[in-house]
Design a protein around this ligand. Structure first.
Ligand code: UDP
Length: 249
């Protein structure tokens, strides 16, 4: 179901990223909605790429995506190192914000899936207050029985333009990949912990930190429990170097 065959791609450890700016990616997804062409978007960070590199089943889910975008500076740097630079970061949170803006402008409808119930309620409040033209046609927290089809049925009935799936990796990619074929329309995008950020539960790094490409370090300081997950970053770097050596020998 790939709809993006003609796009320029940059492949990092087997995962093909679209070579596009944030603005153009958002415009592209708006066009999908307007033309009623469904899409599956993965916003991949180094952790996701490593996992896909080492886990066949997960790689198959990622391969079903129409678009994979670079979620974070690690991917952008990795691409640069491999001599195939990407224009910029196209993160899940930035896309979420820009797509809400666009949805407000075009009066699109959305469905929210993920996070704890209280975070989801706060997220809906913030959206209703700040984006009055958006219709939230439905929502569900991220803690449900995987075999339950209530969510699928609701999405099929309400036909939201965007389905924001904030279950964290690898669940969100699996959830979308396993059912995207059964949906007629809609843009489905995995956005990790974005509801927590919008709801004010988790603070995003101040802009200075972001500009210095140190957002990952800020997250580590604020949520030290993530250190184990962060070990993916040096492992990712080592693999990229190995890949570069192989290519140049
Ligand atoms: N989450 C969920 N269902 C689960 C596990 C996690 O909805 O079974 C949510 C969690 O509440 C949080 C998000 O998924 O809102 C994961 O956030 P994290 O920052 O870990 O995302 P990532 O780093 O993968 O982008």
């Amino acid at each position: 179901m790939k709809t993006a065959e003609n796009d320029k791609k940059v492949t990092i450890l087997g995962v093909s990223f679209i070579h596009i700016t944030l603005d153009n990616m958002v415009k592209r997804l708006v066009t999908h909605v307007q033309e009623k062409r469904k899409a599956f978007v993965v916003t991949a960070n180094p952790e996701i790429v490593l996992y896909a590199n080492e886990n066949k089943e997960y790689k198959q889910y990622i391969d079903k995506a129409d678009y994979v975008t670079p979620d974070g500076i690690g991917i952008v740097k990795g691409a640069q190192l491999l001599g195939q630079p990407l224009p910029e970061r196209v993160t899940g949170f930035d896309m979420f914000m820009n797509l809400l803006e666009a949805s407000n402008e075009h009066r699109f409808s959305i469905y929210l899936l993920g996070a704890k119930e209280e975070v989801l309620v706060k997220t809906k409040d913030v959206i209703t207050k700040n984006y009055p033209n958006i219709t939230i046609v439905g929502s569900h927290n991220g803690f449900f029985d995987w075999n339950d089809t209530v969510i699928d049925t609701e999405i099929k009935e309400k036909k939201p333009d965007f389905v924001f799936v904030a279950l964290g990796f690898p669940r969100q990619e699996q959830w979308i990949a396993q059912r995207i074929e059964t949906f007629q329309q809609g843009v489905f995008i995995g956005i990790g912990g974005s509801f927590d950020v919008l709801a004010g539960e988790v603070k995003r790094a101040p802009e200075v930190w972001q500009k210095l490409n140190l957002e990952w370090f800020y997250r580590l300081v604020k949520q030290p429990s993530r250190w184990r997950r962060m070990l993916a970053l040096p492992r990712f770097a080592v693999k990229i170097f190995g890949n570069k050596m192989k290519r140049s020998s």
